[in-house]
Design a protein around this ligand. Structure first.
Ligand SMILES: Cc1ncc(COP(=O)(O)O)c(C=O)c1O
Ligand SMILES: *[C@@H]1O[C@H](CO)[C@@H](O)[C@H](O)[C@H]1NC(C)=O
Length: 489
């Protein structure tokens, strides 16, 4: 739950209202002109959804210079952004030859493996020569190299499960595995803020999907009890199986999952737990083993561990880890294993090498240092932001920290002003967040130095004063804060 200052809620609604009304007016005149010119009367329905893309045309296009900025370097702590210009009020953007070197606070490069690494990079290059960029084949045909087998063993061992299966993409791991795990007659209970890949996987499975309030174990229990009593729709037969879907760290909230409580409830009602560790694996826990390690949950109590290699490991792809039977079944039944080209061998090698570094198997303590660094950096940055009066969401130890902006006008203002000061940030708004809750999403990396973070804080402080996003100016006192604020679930 989050509370918003009344005035901010009011001005935010007002801004969106104004944008909406003006947009509708312009659309109306546009329609008349189109009708007059007879330009789109060829018997086809519009392929790009006419009115439905209102939001894109009238809101997003105005500020699209803040999104999709091309980069010309690795997504390391500093990144080369390609400057763009527009001749039509940012409706279309053209790349220029100019580069702007910026401090990168947007990439999921938690452990700094996105940049060239003394241990990983030579091995990746070697694997590129020995294998190739692609296996040109699915896993069951010619697409299983020795690297793929090794990767699955290394991953299973790292996350603490008997077996693992890997896929070429994290998104596909969720969206293709869920339908293979559960189907009609099954019940999925999903956190309200789960990632789109989980939502699509759940929908595609054909199971009944119920949602529980974000990270609220009490509400999960309520939904479970109701659904178990109710049974399947119409027939009221018992559910064939029940699966609860949660994430380790919520990527737009920076929050840790209340895993111990959720696991206890699932055990009580015999529901399977499916945990997406995209943002938590590698990034948190004493040895980087994610949210189970950090919160002291036995991995044996989480039935299905899912994660991606696109964040802490600086590669691509995703995994599912679980019992030997489950993984063997996935290898027979999951379409993304049977019909999709296997993960690129150099990407597989990058993951294996990164895990070796994390475990100290490269013979150095670099992995342990990275883990200590990301924790220190995250906690330092979060507490400094709070001291300055920013409204920061999420938990300690989480390297993801959303800074609330609220007003639509503050989204481009924050992004552009930071960019002018050589700081690249990611801003997120509807539909990735609720309409009122636009934010900047900061990702801290182990590769940020203390000077980097101090520079970012100086820029944020300046920009924060300029655009008025220090919503907690005085020393925050929780009781006082909640007065004069609207509650939003
Ligand atoms: C929780 C979660 N699951 C899955 C994914 C998809 O992973 P990938 O980007 O590796 O395809 C993401 C991506 O950001 C994510 O945040
Ligand atoms: C277009 O984007 C630039 C920054 O890239 C910004 O300064 C300018 O104000 C934008 N123009 C409009 C009309 O929004």
């Amino acid at each position: 739950m989050i509370t918003i200052p009344y005035l901010t809620a009011l001005t935010t609604y007002f801004s969106y209202g104004l944008l909406f009304v003006f947009g509708q007016f312009r659309d109306f005149f546009r329609k008349i002109v189109d009708w007059w010119l007879g330009s789109n009367l060829q018997g086809y329905a519009p392929i790009c959804l006419g009115l439905e893309d209102f939001y894109t045309r009238r809101l997003y296009l105005r500020i699209q210079d803040c999104f999709g900025r091309p980069i010309a370097s690795p997504p390391d702590s500093w990144v080369d952004l390609v400057e763009r210009v527009s001749k039509d009020n940012n409706k279309t953007l053209q790349r220029t030859a100019k580069i702007s070197r910026c401090l990168n606070l947007g990439s999921y490069n938690y452990l700094g493996f996105a940049a060239a690494d003394e241990y990983c990079t030579p091995r990746v290059i070697e694997s590129l020569k020995r294998f190739s960029p692609s296996t040109c084949s699915t896993r069951v045909d010619g697409g299983t190299t020795t690297l793929h087998n090794e990767l699955e063993e290394v991953v299973a061992n790292f996350v603490g499960k008997p077996a693992a299966i890997v896929f070429g993409m994290g998104y596909v791991t969720n969206s293709a595995v869920l339908p293979a795990l559960i189907g009609k007659g099954g019940l999925i209970i999903s956190d309200s803020l789960n990632h789109n890949s989980i939502v699509n996987g759940a929908r595609g499975s054909g199971a009944t999907v119920r949602v529980f309030q974000h990270n609220m174990p009490d509400h999960l229990e309520k939904v479970l009890r109701e659904q178990i009593a109710e049974g399947q729709p119409r027939t009221h037969r018992p559910w064939k199986k029940i699966m609860v879907l949660v994430e380790g760290i919520y990527s737009m909230e920076g929050e840790l999952c209340k895993l111990p409580e959720i696991v206890a409830i699932c055990k009580k009602y015999r529901a399977y737990v499916y945990l997406d560790e995209a943002h938590s694996i590698g990034a948190i826990g004493k040895t980087g083993r994610g949210v189970c390690e950090l919160l002291g949950v036995d991995t044996a109590d989480v039935d299905i561990l899912m994660g991606t290699f696109t964040k802490s490991f600086g590669s691509c792809g995703g995994y599912i880890a679980g019992s030997k039977e489950l993984i063997q079944y996935m290898k027979y039944a999951c379409p993304a294993h049977l019909y999709a080209t296997s993960i690129s061998p150099p990407a597989a090698q990058q993951i294996i090498s990164a895990i070796r570094v994390i475990l100290g198997e490269d013979g150095t303590s670099r992995g342990a240092q990275k883990l200590a660094r990301i924790r220190e950096n995250s906690n330092f940055f979060r507490s400094e932001l709070q001291k300055m009066g920013f409204e920061v969401l999420g938990d300690n130890d989480s390297p993801v920290m959303p800074v609330m902006l609220y007003n639509p006008a503050k989204i481009p203002a924050f992004s552009r002003e930071c960019l002018k000061n050589q700081v690249a940030v990611v801003t997120v708004a509807f539909p990735a967040t609720p309409l009122l809750l636009a934010r900047a999403r900061i990702c801290i990396s182990a590769s940020h130095t203390r000077e980097d973070l101090i520079k970012a804080l100086e820029v944020f402080s300046k920009v924060g004063d300029l655009i008025g996003i220090k919503y907690f100016p005085a020393e925050p006192d929780k009781q006082q804060q909640d007065e004069g604020r609207v509650k939003l679930e």
